[in-house]
Design a protein around this ligand. Sequence first.
Ligand SMILES: [Zn+2]
Length: 408
Amino acid sequence: MARKSTKQKNEELEKEGKVLRHYGFKLRMKPNEKQKEQIHQTVGCSRFTFNFYLGERKEVYQLTHETLNVGEFKKSFNVLKEHSMFSWLKKVDKFALETAMEAVEDAFQRFFKGQNGFPKFKSKHKSEQCYTTKETNRNIKLDIEKQTIQLPKLGQVKVRLSKKHHQLFKNGLNGKIKTATIKYHSSGQYTVSLKMEEVIDLHETVDFSTVSDDKINGLDLGLNHFYIDSNGKKVDNPKFLKTKLKKLAKLQRQLKNKKIGSSNFNKLQQKISKLHLHIANMRKDFLHKESRKLVNENQVIVLEDLNVKGMIKNKRLARSIADVSWSMFKTFVSYKAAWANKKVILIDRFFASSKQCNGCKEKNTLLSLSDREWVCPKCGTTHDRDINAARNIKEEGIRILRTPLLVT
Ligand SMILES: [Zn+2]
């Protein structure tokens, strides 16, 4: 009874002119004390299950060079649960435990495809802990009016819907709930993330090679501004980020002077972890708004394909935050564009975008990073460094767009 992959389902749906669309959203949860306890127990059991299967699978492989597949393991796990020693596993949502086993399988699949490193054991010391359960026979239900969500073994849990959520659900919930991830953060926050699946009509194919130039926008992502586009529009990094990051650095310095494990240390650590979460949420909000605007206003968006894996290694805080933002922004723009039947073109990041004059194509090899403005030695045009770069990025995008073999 193999699970049908999205690709297989889409191949079937395509014949009817339809396609699957996945989307997700996150809600704040307000569980009562009993529900909190149940959540913590389920997280523990699902981590146990994940680590247990991972350990067994490694051991079996070392001893026999065979793979302990997830179906076989599920069977023996269910037998094990009947034993009095493991009866505590029966008190929690069984779908959460099943999902944990499937997560091990998925982690191995990604490892075999070279997408990830070797699967790691889950630690209970992370500031964020979660488990995922799946929808079976309508056991997960969101009641928008009552602001509650029904979850296996937890019953009705209160959730908080924002204005945005109310707007999103004004015609009811689109699609089917597939999974729910219940998370708690060491700052005391509980959330539930729902993954939804919806069948929508396939878009008509648009011939992007004929899109007029003014509907195409090139973006230069930078540290001074969040981005500058080829029309000269500058979007600044949100100001809050700078002040909050300063505050974060200060708290982290204070933490160094506290005795590890003391009550002051713990208090401060919780404060830090709350601030981290706050920064992450605000950043995400900013990125959603900016990507939405960009997709609404343009038909084709050209971005540099930033090598994020290489950049994350950079130790400077401001830089690493920017890196994370850019890669998240790229993702947001890409899927919003796909839904709106618009196009994103990623260009080679080594494409020399700053040094070339957008007017006469002369390369100014003497240009240094500190030059914000420069005059082209050949044609005499004065350039704003970033706008010139954005225009070059747009032009490279147009070149790719008009070369049919290069467009994917
Ligand atoms: Zn020039």
